[in-house]
Design a protein around this ligand. Sequence first.
Ligand code: TRP
Length: 381
Amino acid sequence: MRTRISGGVPVTGSPPDILPDLRSGTLGALTRAQLVGLCDVSGLSPADTETYAHTLVEALGPAAERSLALPPPTRTFLSDDHTPVEYSLSFSPGRAPALRVLVEPGCGADTRAENGRIGLDVVRAMGRRWDFSTERLDEIEDLFFPDRPKGPLALWIALELLPGGVPKVKVYLNPAASGAKRSAKTVRKALRRLGHKKAYAALPKADGHPFLALDLGHWETPRVKVYTRHLDLSATEAGNLSRTGSGPGPAEIQEFFRAAAATDDLDRRPGLSCHSFTERETGRPSGFTLHIPVRDYARDDKEVLDRAVDILRSHGMDPAPLVRSLPALTTRRPKDGVGLIAYLALVHQQGHPPRVTAYLSSEAYAVRPPTKLRHRSAAEV
Ligand code: TRP
């Protein structure tokens, strides 16, 4: 069935037909078509699909109109090829995967400060539109938006595209905004202000704090999430990172690590973990996620996809939507590049079954060629 999505771009139920044409168009048209394909994969209705496609294009602002023949609007580190959009599918047993989209609203800005201002404006406009409070963001705004912000990002927004046309909203902030050396302190201050006085002390030892994320909008239990970076992380060390006292134990985390990375040691791009905090009494985190940057530990996306399929199956999740998601993004063969699946993550949130999340790249600007050398031993030769 061929439907027409506003903006005059015809979008079919099978976007691959039109993807090659869109690659010579604009950033907005390509990412919209990719999102439409992914909405189909995750079972969203045509009405929700239209709402969310529109929301994404709107969040990109003027960058949506930018020709893909031009370089990316900024060298954002949101994705490897600097596309200011990334998708993810989060799998739970027995249901369709949840689709999310991460976007940098300020990607068209000339300065980091302006990038942050645009990001804040867009979050607040979403708050008015979907009737949620941005109070928790307001409380810590000064810590993350100094006059002359530093570091690799200003503000990213992730939307979880729920059925019904109203997404859940997450905001990603940069703890290094006042300098990388102050990151830990900034995270500690932010947690304290938000009433999580003991949370910082609960975190594992880390080699950096790349993000702090806030749930805004209509969440049952809104979280503050703190991301930690771990250089040279081994499977055994990863198994001992969780401070939740619930959820997957060391053996299950190690198994995930090895299945995703196909090595015992993340000696290239570092692994990340994330702890989420909800209640404020004990200081104990209620959630833990391990992120494996699979793209740096595989030859190509076929290899990554095979690993992801095995992981999903072993967790009792249907891998079919993941397999179908790749043709919604690109017509290239998985074997012909690496990075379409950027991260695989094992997610634990207290009271819920474990989830597996795959982060999916747009590749609007570039495809990373397959890695010649497969494993560490080979890479070191
Ligand atoms: N591209 C960045 C990185 O690789 C940031 C990022 C985007 C990220 N999506 C992510 C980090 C998902 C962890 C998980 O680090």
